[in-house]
Write a protein that binds this ligand. Structure first.
Ligand SMILES: [Zn+2]
Length: 239
């Protein structure tokens, strides 16, 4: 095999390993992010419930103020009744008192209903708060574990990145640049074997003349379809 291609295949082994470490770190972080998101959603639903309870409380206070207004109005009418002269006036006051009483009854019912709803919401909120307290603890634990795990992977990665740098020094700059470009565009695989005349990157047949040149192994040649750097893989071909 061409010496440069050999160096690149060795570099590719390292690069794939680095990519695997990166994927491990990413999946670790994704998992944690999902859990944080679920936690945040629960927190948001608690805040929503709290707002609902507060709004119901404000409404209840308003109704109670209206209720006490009605009581005052009734008292006022009742004292006026002592001084009325005509039956018409008397009937009119009586009607007003009846209306007030009717209003009071409605307000009282609404207050009871608001209190019942708030009570139910408070109960749900307490349950949710209990759950988040447990979840927060689990999440903190999980987060610390993920951080530790990521650091462990990072340490391994650092070692291998150092090795990569040392290896890359021995490779021609232009060749390396081409390899790196292919690597990013071709999902990490820049150098692939040719088995029975088929590129193992894109699985297309290599034209016979081109394949013959690859067989010679004296030059660096690329796949005419996917541009990956090709080498002949005799071991696999013989299988
Ligand atoms: Zn190809």
């Amino acid at each position: 095999m061409n010496e440069e291609i050999k160096q690149l295949t060795e570099l590719q082994v390292i690069d794939l390993e680095i990519a695997m470490f990166d994927a491990e770190i990413n999946s670790e972080q994704d998992e944690l992010a999902k859990r944080v998101e679920a936690f945040d959603e629960r927190q948001a639903s608690i805040i929503e419930l709290k707002d609902k309870i507060e709004a119901a409380e404000a409404q209840r206070r308003e109704f109670e103020a209206e209720l006490s207004d009605e009581i005052n109005r009734i008292k006022e009418r009742q004292s006026k009744m002592m001084q009325v002269q005509t039956n018409r006036e008397y009937q009119s006051l009586l009607k007003e008192i009846e209306d007030s009483k009717k209003n009071m009854k409605e307000k009282e019912e609404e207050i009871v209903s608001l209190m019942e709803t708030s009570e139910a919401n408070s109960k749900i909120m307490a349950e949710q708060e209990n759950l988040t307290a447990d979840e927060k603890m689990a999440l903190d634990e999980e987060s610390a574990k993920a951080k530790k795990q990521s650091a462990k992977i990072e340490r391994k990665k650092k070692k291998i990145v150092k090795k990569r740098k040392a290896m890359a020094k021995h490779i021609d700059t232009a060749v390396l640049r081409n390899y790196d470009m292919l690597r990013t565009r071709r999902n990490g695989k820049a150098v692939v074997g040719v088995i029975k005349g088929v590129c193992q990157g894109c699985f297309m047949s290599i034209p016979p003349q081109h394949f013959n040149n690859i067989l010679k192994g004296d030059r660096m040649l690329s796949c005419p379809i996917c541009q990956r750097i090709l080498f002949h893989d005799p071991e696999t071909t013989e299988e």
